[in-house]
Ligand binder design. Sequence first.
Ligand SMILES: NC(=O)C1=CN([C@@H]2O[C@H](COP(=O)(O)OP(=O)(O)OC[C@H]3O[C@@H](n4cnc5c(N)ncnc54)[C@H](OP(=O)(O)O)[C@@H]3O)[C@@H](O)[C@H]2O)C=CC1
Ligand SMILES: N[C@@H](CC=O)C(=O)O
Length: 423
Amino acid sequence: MIKIGFLGFGTVNSGVYEGVTETLDYLESVIGEELCITKILIRNKRRYVNEANFELMTDRPEDFFSNEFDIVFEAMGGEQPALDYITLLLMKKIPVITANKELVAKHGPLLENLASKYNSFIGYEATVAGGIPIVNTLNSQLQWSAVEKVSGILNGTTNYIITKLADGKRSFENVLKEAQQLGFAEADPTADIEGFDALYKLQILCKLCFGAWVSDEQFQRKGMSHLKSWHFKAGEALGLKLKYIAEAYYDGREVQGTISPCFIDKNHPLSAIENENNGVHIKTDWLGDFVTAGPGAGKRPTATSMIEDYLHQLLKKNNQTNRKKRVKAYLPDSQQFVLFYEKSKENEINQKIIDSTYDVEEVLQIDDTEKIAMIIKAREKCLPIFDEIEYVDIFPIQRGSNDNNDHGVELTKGGQNTIKVYN
Ligand SMILES: NC(=O)C1=CN([C@@H]2O[C@H](COP(=O)(O)OP(=O)(O)OC[C@H]3O[C@@H](n4cnc5c(N)ncnc54)[C@H](OP(=O)(O)O)[C@@H]3O)[C@@H](O)[C@H]2O)C=CC1
Ligand SMILES: N[C@@H](CC=O)C(=O)O
């Protein structure tokens, strides 16, 4: 039986707990043993009286450490007592998965040495960019590639604030409060808005990209709490977007980096990254530019990183490469298509639509041609009725957001043809 311990039970570790319990059968079948959550250490037990697993909780470290563990998930945050606790665990050969980027940035060499010396492991996938699988990717791939520069939007809270401030309607304090309520911000959000959090993540990325731990003295850090709506307006007038960017490169002698508000142009690979999402842009000699993006903060994305990290480290240690995949059916809400046909086929097409469970969303006559483009949307899972018709060319639509472009026209069933053709 695998005995699991939790250090902390806030946003991140409550997510890990839920992820483990909800997918227990899968995890047990992959690991080949039963899993049992043994003990949870928190600071103030009274805050957790309404938790269903209250009986597993303790606020006495000696009580927690009197248990046996096979794996411990640490998401308490801060340097101490996390460092002492993890040191103790690794010295007892107990592997640790942590989300604590401050700890890893400041004590990474010690923690990695301890893990190696005691034949254990420390996983820190969740310390950089929340749910984006970047740490183990860089650790196992991109070894041969020489990284020229790494840059990124590495803090979800500040990207969320910047996104919401950009339209000029909300105050900094109001949006920060929302980011805290959503579980994105650090316990003390100064770490987010003054750039310490992004600095820790950049230090960890530098180790992975340039091969050695880099002291914080090599970085220049500027906060973003002074941003005002006119900064955004100026950017817009200049055709630029304001973002909070962390970047580092090796100058041939040493690694240097900055964390600072920055204007980027709209073609920049990080320009479309909004809300709590993060993005990492890596420039390498042979590969060229590599960009990865996704949720950078919050309960489920970060818990995903922690659980994936555990499986990754465990299976690697056990030399178990061929593992069963967890899958889930994808059921699209609605499907949209663009149909192209000659205007002369309009009546046939209209009749087919009327007889189907598709709705017409938009119709357009393409300038100076007899070609019509029509957007249709399936009301339910429909048969692909246009696939076989040789005078119709059909293309599925994929949209980047939930915006369903709801300005279409109606076609009444069995009634008069109400399709409008726009020029
Ligand atoms: N939130 C996020 O999106 C992400 C967070 N992280 C990192 O994960 C870590 C945790 O973050 P998060 O879950 O948001 O933090 P929370 O503040 O939500 O939770 C912290 C938890 O740790 C407990 N804790 C704190 N100090 C101690 C201590 N000295 N002894 C025992 N328990 C303690 C708290 O207990 P109590 O309630 O009793 O004080 C609480 O249960 C941080 O290092 C953070 O940087 C990483 C990626 C994303
Ligand atoms: N406070 C952090 C949490 C994730 O690392 C952030 O906002 O990015």
